[in-house]
Ligand binder design. Structure first.
Ligand code: PMV
Ligand code: MG
Length: 369
């Protein structure tokens, strides 16, 4: 192919955040229709090409067959680490597929940010990893046409970076829609990667622990998204929680048990079309997060998020923070049977308290099945 594009949606947690960091726990995560887009075309200069994003540009050179990342003098290590890992992995895959690695111009654009350039907290590193991987695979005519293979490639790239999250963002962004997700066994993957492995074999294996299931897009609820205007650091909050776990395991264990049950029930209620129960369970998850925050002194529910949730409650909607909290977004949930004009009331309330309603919808599935 001469030119290829990949559009990868951002994600937001419906429920299961924090508990998903523990093995065998489920989460429900939504892909939302804001995207990272990667466009790639062949470069005519051998061993040279460009990588560009809204904030970065790099005219790369290839040395000994690999992009010479040592050459790169850039302050934003974060972006380049992910880009490097994604590119290196695709090139390994291309070689294993008996194709020649070529050079290219790769351009990445994002609408996971607000007009003034602030991150909205939709999981951009996961979407960037996936967008680079998929656009390059398409350039080499190697589109796997499989969300699970894409997820696995991105999870391998990020594991090589020692990324610590649950990879829930990768699951939602590689599938689209809403996914029921259980994370892979990290120790297993690290052991596999420490062997002299074949990527193709590893991708074809069943990965212990991993479960990703797409939910029906026919939902009994309406979803509303509000942005607090404050970007939050997931790493900071999760790091702080992890520091404290050796001193107090039991509160976290109780949280995980309750969270797991709540997510399972929510999965069922969604499947049964029971909107009243969905709303009840969203509120239950909110109270579990508040208890976790109290037990470990975590600033999950900021005053803005509390206001966002309270406003939804005043209209008999369910509501909670989404993801790590501490800022970013919250969600509100209404029954599909309730009057649609409640949305206007909710948005007006939010605006009065400086919460920005976001024009967001579930992103369609990446591959139709
Ligand atoms: O704030 P977000 O949307 O990045 O979600 C973080 C979810 C956590 O469970 C707290 C962390 C993780 O990696 O799953
Ligand atoms: Mg967040």
């Amino acid at each position: 192919m001469n030119k290829a594009t990949a559009q990868i949606p951002g994600k937001l947690y419906l429920a299961g955040e924090y508990a998903i960091l523990t093995a065998d726990q489920p989460a429900l995560i939504m892909a939302v229709d804001r995207y990272i887009t990667a466009t790639v075309s062949h470069s005519n200069s051998p061993d040279q090409g460009t990588i560009e994003s809204d904030q970065h540009v790099w005219e790369y050179r290839r040395k000994n067959g690999l992009l010479d990342f040592d050459q790169l003098v850039e302050s934003d290590q974060h972006f380049w680490r992910y880009a490097h890992a994604a590119i290196a992995l695709v090139e390994q895959y291309v070689k294993e597929s008996n194709k020649n690695v070529t050079d290219y111009h790769l351009q990445i654009t994002s609408d996971l940010i607000d007009v003034d350039g602030q991150k909205l907290g939709f999981g951009s590193s996961g979407a960037v990893t996936l967008a680079i991987i998929l656009s390059l695979l398409r350039l080499y005519d190697l589109d796997p046409k499989s969300s699970i293979i894409l997820y696995k490639l991105a999870a391998i790239a990020q594991t090589k970076l020692n990324a610590t999250g649950s990879f829930g963002d990768l699951a939602a962004s590689s599938f689209g829609g809403i996914v029921y997700y259980k994370s892979l066994n990290r120790t297993w993957l690290e052991e596999e990667l420490s062997k002299n492995y074949s990527l193709t074999d590893l991708l074809n294996k069943k990965w212990p622990g991993l479960e990703i299931e797409s939910l029906s897009e026919d939902l009994p609820i309406r979803l509303y998204f509000g942005w607090t205007g404050t970007p939050a650091s997931t790493d900071h909050l999760v790091g702080y929680l992890k520091e404290q776990l050796p001193h107090n395991q039991s509160d976290y264990q109780n949280f995980v048990t309750e969270a797991s049950r709540t997510v399972q029930d929510l999965y069922q209620a969604l499947a049964l079309g029971d909107s009243a129960r969905v709303i009840e369970l969203i509120d239950l998850y909110d109270s579990l997060l508040r208890a976790l925050a109290g037990d470990y002194g975590l600033d999950i529910i900021t005053p803005k998020l509390d206001f966002l949730i309270g406003s939804a409650h005043s209209l008999n909607m369910g509501a909670k923070s989404s993801g790590a909290g501490g800022g970013d977004c919250g969600i509100a949930i209404d029954s599909i049977d309730d009057p649609i004009d409640k949305q206007i009331h909710l948005f007006n309330l939010w605006l009065e308290g400086n919460v920005k309603p976001l024009e967001l919808h579930l992103a369609p599935r990446l591959y139709k099945i």
